[in-house]
Design a binder for this molecule. Structure first.
Ligand SMILES: Cc1ncc(COP(=O)(O)O)c(C=O)c1O
Length: 400
């Protein structure tokens, strides 16, 4: 067939490729040191423990674990998640939880549930590209709110909401990644989290709180999730096993009011009927054995020196004039170069030097952040981090 365009829906025609997914294809070349992906370090996967758990699940629960499950997810796993959430100040029972095939699916479900074509939602400048792409696929209008070192700027958020209301536009939700934000690495303090809830309450908005990274903390003390301050049931919290166990498992969860949970469940039903039952059994069994927190601690011990190495190598090799606040956790360092450098253009030079990153523009719905870039420190080996920063330093020097 030659002309397929007439068949495609408006929605499918408007969908864009993920810049990161495309970059990952280019950076498959083994000679390239890539800081582009958001990949956990494969050495962090607890292979032996999971082997034992998998055999046990086969033996003890095989006939149920290989069967369809409910859309909401395995009851025992939901109960275990609710228990952990309680410890963080989130009041939840298994009825508030849905197990998703990755947070990405939860984000898509949020888009499906709330966004009609032309509807508006508020996202960070910068923000997670997968979230942006999921919401855009519902033909929505995404409005960017700049971040500072404490996350989303709430003065600008409120101003923007007021302007929209004047134009008779009421946005549907605010999408935030409050802890070790992807890509900026910043953390929103408790006072700002409470203020954000106040804004959502005042203007009657939903908050989508995406939290894949809060457990990957290397310094400082933890901050309660926004959901912990949600008295009106307007926060949809989501987290994932991707960065603390395995992204290949594709397992994540949402916590929300029962009303929102029921609606999400219906929206998810059409996607996959249920999340992979077998993997839910495995993760539940892994959690039940009680070494999950220890496992997370080990991951943090593995990533903290990698973060330090990256930050120190930057100091060693990057020409003066760049800004990078040391992230206290997560997987990413966000670097802002002197104005005038276009990190998208610079990417070709980087590839020539066999080093890769994601340019800042990819994360910004308004095309800003043109002189920033995101660097992942969890995946590469230590010697690659040092050598990669050296190469990147040369590339930056050339583009000054
Ligand atoms: C902020 C954020 N949300 C969601 C995801 C997707 O996670 P999952 O693997 O659970 O789909 C990622 C992955 O990098 C992320 O950084």
């Amino acid at each position: 067939m030659n002309d397929l365009d007439r068949f495609y829906s408006d929605r499918a025609s408007k969908m864009r490729k993920s810049v990161i997914r495309e970059l990952l294809k280019i950076t498959q070349d083994p000679e390239i040191i890539s800081f582009a992906g958001g990949l956990p370090n494969p050495k962090s996967f607890p292979i032996e423990d999971l082997e034992g758990v998998t055999q046990d699940v086969y033996r003890r629960y095989g006939r149920t674990a290989l069967q369809y499950g409910t859309t909401q997810g395995l009851l025992d796993l939901r109960k275990a998640i609710a228990e952990r959430a309680e410890k963080e100040g989130i009041e939840a029972t298994d009825e508030n939880i849905i197990i998703f095939s990755g947070s990405q699916q939860a984000l898509d479900t949020v888009g499906k549930m709330f966004l009609n074509p032309g509807d508006s939602a508020l996202v960070g400048l910068p923000s997670y590209l997968g979230g942006i792409n999921a919401f855009r696929s519902y033909e929505s209008n995404l409005i960017g709110i700049p971040l500072d070192k404490d996350g989303m700027r709430l003065d600008i958020l409120e101003e923007t909401i007021q302007k929209l209301i004047k134009d008779e536009i009421l946005p549907k939700f605010i999408y935030v990644i409050p802890t070790f934000q992807n890509p900026a690495g910043v953390i929103m303090p408790e006072s700002r989290r409470k203020e954000l809830i106040d804004i959502a309450n005042e203007y009657d908005l939903i908050i989508v709180e995406d939290d894949p990274y809060s457990k990957l903390r290397f310094d400082g003390s933890s901050v309660k999730p926004i959901k912990a301050f949600d008295e009106e049931g307007r926060v949809i919290y989501m987290s994932t096993f991707s960065k603390i166990l395995s992204p290949g498992f594709r397992l994540a969860w949402t916590i929300a009011s029962e009303d929102l949970t029921r609606r999400m469940e219906i929206c998810k039903q059409a996607l996959d009927l249920c999340t992979n039952t077998f993997i839910q059994f495995i993760v539940n069994e892994f959690m039940r054995r009680g070494s999950f927190d220890l496992h997370i601690m080990k991951i943090c011990e593995m990533y903290k020196p990698k973060r330090d190495l990256m930050i120190n190598s930057m100091k060693k090799y990057f020409p003066k004039g760049y800004v990078c606040h040391k992230p206290k956790g997560g997987l990413f360092a966000w670097v802002t170069l002197p104005e005038g450098i276009d990190t998208e253009k610079m990417f070709l030079d980087a590839l020539n030097e066999k080093v890769a990153y994601v340019y800042g523009k990819a994360f910004c719905v308004d095309g800003s952040c043109g002189h920033s870039m995101r660097l992942n420190f969890s995946y590469s080996r230590d010697e690659q981090i040092d050598e990669g920063m050296k190469r990147l330093g040369r590339v930056i020097e050339k583009n000054l």
